[in-house]
Design a protein around this ligand. Structure first.
Ligand code: PLP
Length: 371
C-alpha cells in the first residue's frame, strides 16, 4: 500500500538515480576498525588543513551570525574578480561547485535536451544531471584515460545544451591540452554551453600545455572552481563560477538565495588572500606525487601521471580493487574506489602529507606482502 503510493509520488528518474556516495569519514573508520593511525586519502581534500588565517576570520564573522549572508558575497566576489581580471558581475559564489553544477542543470535545460561528458569523470555531474532528468551522453575516454574531444564533438546534436569537461579530470588526474581545447572551442556551436570544471586548477596551472579556460575569450564557457581542494575548505562549502554576465544573471535566479553562508564567505576570503599557504599546499602535492610515482614504479603498479592532487592506480580486476581498498582501510588508509566514476578496477589516492604517505607505503607493503 505505502509502496504503491510512493511509486506514484516519486518520478522515475529520481527512483532510479544512484545518489552520490562520498568517501568514508574518519569517524566511520574509527568506529569500525579503530586503526592506530588514519590516513584519509579518499576525497582529494587538502591534508595540510587550511590557511591559519581562516580561524580568526571565522571568529570575527561569528559576531554577525544572526544576520542573513550577503546573497552575492560581494567582498569575496570582488577579490575573485580582481585576481582573474574579470568584472564582479562575471562571478557567482555558491555552496561548493557541486551546487553550481546543480544550478546549471536547473537553469538551462528544457525537456528532451541532452548534455555530453565522458564516461569516466566527476560523478557529481552524473547525479545532478540525473536529478533533472537530463539525458547524458557519456563518451568513452581515450585509451590513455582522457576526454575524447573528437568523439564529444561528433556527439553534438540539435538537442545538446551542455558539454561538461573536468580539466584536469577527476578521478584520472589527466587533462586535455591547449591544442585539444582550442579545437573544441572552434567546433562547438553557439547553442551549447561548455562547463570547464577546474576544481584542481591551482595544481594544474603551471603545467605548460594545460589550457586555462579563462585565457580564452569565449562567450559560451563557464569556468568552475572551488575552495574545497587546494584551499582546504571542503567542510565549509564554497565554489564559484566565472562566465559572461548574462549567464551569471540567470544562474543567480536559480541559486538558493543565501548560499554560501556568512562563515563560508569570510573563511574563503581569508584563504584566498593567503598565498603562502596555497604555495606550500601545491609543493606538498608535487613532491608527494613524485614520491608515489617512484614507489609505484618500484613495485610494478600501473598508474596514471596526474596534474591534480590525486593519483589513480589501475588494478587488473574489480575484485582486486575491492580487496585492496578493504585491506588498506583496515590498516587505516582510506582510499576511494571509483566504480561510480566508471572504472571498477581502479582506485584513487589523494596525495597526503609525508606521514600519511609513509603510512600508505607501509600498509601497501603489508597488504601486498612485499618488503
Ligand atoms: C571535488 C570536485 C568538485 C566539487 O567540489 P565542491 O566545491 O566541494 O562541491 C567539482 N568538480 C570536480 C571535478 C571535483 O573533483
Amino acid at each position: 500500500m505505502i509502496e504503491n503510493t510512493l511509486q506514484s509520488l516519486v518520478p522515475k528518474n529520481i527512483e532510479q538515480l544512484n545518489r552520490y556516495v562520498a568517501g568514508k569519514t574518519i569517524a566511520e573508520v574509527v568506529e569500525t576498525y579503530n586503526p592506530r593511525y588514519i590516513a584519509k586519502l579518499a576525497s582529494n581534500e587538502n591534508r595540510l588543513g587550511c590557511s591559519p588565517k581562516v580561524k580568526a576570520a571565522i571568529n570575527e564573522a561569528f559576531k554577525n551570525i544572526q544576520d542573513y549572508p550577503d546573497p552575492v558575497a560581494r567582498k569575496l566576489r570582488a577579490a575573485i574578480a580582481e585576481k582573474n581580471n574579470v568584472k564582479d558581475e562575471n562571478v557567482i559564489l555558491t555552496a561548493g561547485s557541486e551546487s553550481l553544477l546543480s544550478m546549471l542543470c536547473r537553469t538551462f535545460f528544457l525537456n528532451k535536451q541532452n548534455a555530453i561528458t565522458a564516461n569516466v569523470t566527476f560523478v557529481g555531474f552524473f547525479v545532478q544531471a540525473g536529478v533533472r532528468g537530463i539525458h547524458l551522453k557519456k563518451i568513452p575516454v581515450t585509451s590513455d584515460y582522457r576526454f575524447d574531444v573528437k568523439a564529444i564533438v561528433n556527439a553534438i546534436d540539435e538537442h545538446t545544451k551542455m558539454i561538461y569537461i573536468a580539466n584536469p579530470n577527476n578521478p584520472t588526474g589527466t587533462y586535455i591540452n591547449k591544442q585539444e581545447y582550442e579545437w573544441l572551442l572552434k567546433q562547438v556551436p553557439d547553442h551549447v554551453l561548455i562547463i570547464a570544471d577546474e576544481a584542481y586548477y591551482e595544481f594544474a596551472k603551471d603545467v605548460e600545455d594545460y589550457p586555462k579556460a579563462l585565457d580564452y575569450d569565449h562567450d559560451n564557457v563557464i569556468v568552475l572552481r572551488t575552495f574545497s581542494k587546494a584551499y582546504g575548505l571542503a567542510g565549509l562549502r564554497v565554489g564559484y563560477g566565472i562566465a559572461r554576465e548574462e549567464i551569471i544573471n540567470n544562474l543567480l535566479k536559480t541559486k538558493l538565495t543565501f548560499e554560501p553562508t556568512t562563515l563560508a564567505q569570510t573563511a574563503a576570503l581569508a584563504a584566498y588572500e593567503d598565498e603562502d599557504f596555497l604555495k606550500k599546499s601545491i609543493e606538498v602535492i608535487n613532491s608527494g606525487k613524485e614520491r608515489l610515482y617512484s614507489f609505484f614504479e618500484e613495485h610494478g603498479v600501473q598508474y596514471l601521471k596526474s596534474i591534480s592532487n590525486s593519483v589513480m592506480m589501475i588494478l587488473q580486476t574489480e575484485q582486486e580493487a575491492v580487496d585492496f581498498t578493504q585491506a588498506m582501510l583496515e590498516k587505516g588508509v582510506i582510499l576511494r574506489r571509483i566504480n561510480a566514476f566508471g572504472l571498477p578496477n581502479c582506485v584513487r589516492i589523494t596525495i597526503g602529507i609525508e606521514k600519511e604517505m609513509d603510512h600508505f607505503e607501509k600498509s601497501f607493503k603489508e597488504v601486498m606482502a612485499i618488503k
